[in-house]
Structures are given as C-alpha cells and as structure tokens.
Design a protein around this ligand. Structure first.
Ligand code: C2E
Ligand code: MG
Ligand code: MG
Ligand code: MG
Length: 277
C-alpha cells in the first residue's frame, strides 16, 4: 500500500519505516512458524559462585531458528513478540521447556542445578501465571526451588498490585526471583525493599565501564552494598576477562556470569562443562 502511494508521489512512509514494518511482519511470521514447527530451543549459561568456584544455577536463554537454521537474536525477537502478543505463547513454551529439561536432569549429576528463566513483564499481567508455573512444576515432578525467574527492573517496578502478587506467589512457593539488568532502569531502592526479590543481576554495562571509569566503579560498589544490606544475592553479568573476574571478586559479588566461564550452551553440553569446571 505504501508503495502504491509512493507511485503517486504521496508517500507518507519513509523507506526506513517500511523496512521496519516488513521486518516486524517477518519476525512475527518466523516466531509463529517456530512455535508450530519445533523452531525454538533453550540454551543454558552457568551462574558461577565466586567464593567456591562452583555453579548451582544457570540461566535459560531462548533461541529461535529460521528455515536455514540460522538463529535470530532474542534481543530482536522478544520485543517483537511482546508487541504482537505472541510473548504469552512463547513464554509458556519456555516454562514448559525449562521444566522438561529439569525433569530430564533428574538422577543425573545436574539434578541440583537451578534453572532461571526470563519472564517478560507482559506475562505478569496474566493473573494465572503463578498458578500455571506451579502446576507445570508439579506436572514434571519438580520442587519450586529448582526454578527461578528473572525480570528487568522496569517490568517489576512498573507493575501494579496484581502483577506484584504473581511474583509474591512464586516467591512464597519457593522460586528464586531476580531482577535482571539491574541499574539500567528507574530503580528505586525503596521499591527494591518492598518487592518479592531474592537477588539482583547487575547489568554488564557497569562492569564494562567500571574498568576505565571511577564513577561506574563507585556505582557498582554501591549497588553491591545495597543488595547485600537488603539480604539479596548479587550477580554481575558479562564477565569476559580475568581482570573483570578479579574486580567483581574484590568488590564482594556473590556470583558471576559471562563468556569467561561459558557461553550459553545446549543442554547436552552442560553436564560435560560442569564436570570439568
Ligand atoms: P538477559 O536476560 O540479560 O541475558 C543475558 C544476555 O547476555 C544473553 O544474551 C547472553 O548470551 C549475553 N551474555 C552472557 N554473558 C555475556 C558476556 O560475557 N558478554 C556479552 N557480550 N554477552 C553476554 P541473549 O541470549 O542474546 O539474550 C538477550 C536478551 O533477550 C536477554 O537478556 C533477555 O532479556 C532476552 N531473552 C532471552 N531469552 C528470553 C526468554 O526466554 N524470555 C524472555 N522474555 N526474554 C528472553
Ligand atoms: Mg536474564
Ligand atoms: Mg541481563
Ligand atoms: Mg535483559
């Protein structure tokens, strides 16, 4: 339609907007196709305890493959899924897949590994979310503490009472709740105290800058201090070098995650990785 108008010289859409519309539609089609034809996969990235150099938990990250089995980045498809409403189906797929994996790890060396899934704020608006997660855990014969959820600050702080209630329910049941990309949103420390949260994951941008910038180093130190004084576990995301690992250890972080230790990997690789870690 935009092209038609263009021929008459009355194009209100810049090519750039058209490209984006096409891309949006393509990604929506891709996601729908992936949901219907086994095109989704979870990969897992270990979260490392810095004091003991072991891993008791990992983050599950979603991958979506197109026909040529090329992966599309979740940084691109998750926002599209949120906009199109597909996030609810995708979110349910992730809950199911994580529980299925935990069940498959039963009676293996990985049976005590917690899996943390990413939730989108939009999923929290479903008043049945907590029950749905708890029922899925039960169906796979799992304990609630085997699963964790991660939400970004804005998704939690911006939420109303009903949404917070979903999180409370999950925390009361024993799930691990963490705030993802901590420091990048409009975090109010007062809210942090009121929210049903177990841990914070400091966004990797702080670590990147802390190496050269004293202000970022000070902010990171402050976030760690506040997290600890509220009784929360503190993880730093995006540890890529030994120097960064030393820094976060010196700053007193509890946990670290990043390419230095492991990139996200398929489930089959996890046992091998953790055995040799
Ligand atoms: P996130 O939850 O903050 O996940 C961490 C991202 O950082 C992952 O990117 C991970 O691969 C990447 N990462 C880990 N260590 C390093 C490192 O040392 N250096 C660098 N440069 N990156 C590192 P990924 O897998 O591309 O995911 C991007 C984002 O997409 C996630 O950020 C999360 O917000 C979203 N996402 C992924 N899976 C899901 C999902 O199942 N549901 C929802 N709602 N969102 C998801
Ligand atoms: Mg995350
Ligand atoms: Mg993050
Ligand atoms: Mg994120």
């Amino acid at each position: 339609q935009a092209k038609e108008t263009g021929k008459n010289g009355l194009c209100f859409y810049t090519p750039d907007i058209n490209d984006r519309l096409v891309q949006y539609q393509e990604i929506t089609n891709l996601l729908r196709d992936a949901l219907n034809n086994d095109g989704l996969e979870l990969v897992f990235q270990p979260q490392i305890s810095l004091s003991e150099r072991k891993s008791d938990s990992c983050e599950a990250l979603l991958r979506c493959f197109n026909g040529q089995s090329r992966a599309v980045s979740p940084a691109i498809f998750i926002p599209v899924a949120e906009k199109s409403g597909l996030i609810n189906r995708i979110g349910d797929w992730v809950i199911e897949a994580a529980c299925k994996q935990l069940n498959a790890w039963k009676k293996t060396p990985l049976e005590n590994l917690r899996v943390d899934i990413n939730l989108s704020g939009r999923q929290l608006t479903n008043p049945h979310l907590a029950n749905h997660i708890l029922e899925t855990l039960k169906r796979y014969e799992l304990e609630p503490h085997q699963l964790g959820v991660e939400l970004t600050e804005n998704e939690v702080f911006g939420s109303d009472e009903n949404q917070t209630r979903q999180l409370e329910k999950l925390k009361e049941a024993g799930l691990h709740i963490s705030i993802d990309d901590f420091g990048t949103g409009y975090s109010s420390l007062v809210y942090l105290r009121k929210l049903p949260v177990c841990g914070i994951k400091i966004d990797r941008s702080f670590l990147q800058h802390a190496m050269q910038n004293n202000a970022d180093m000070a902010i990171m130190e402050a976030m760690i201090t506040v997290g600890h004084s509220l009784g929360l576990s503190v993880l730093v995301e995006g540890v890529e070098t030994d120097e960064q690992a030393q820094l976060v250890t010196d700053l007193g972080c509890d946990l670290a995650q990043g390419f230095l230790y492991a990139k996200p990997m398929p489930a089959q690789k996890m046992e091998e990785f953790l055995a040799s870690f």
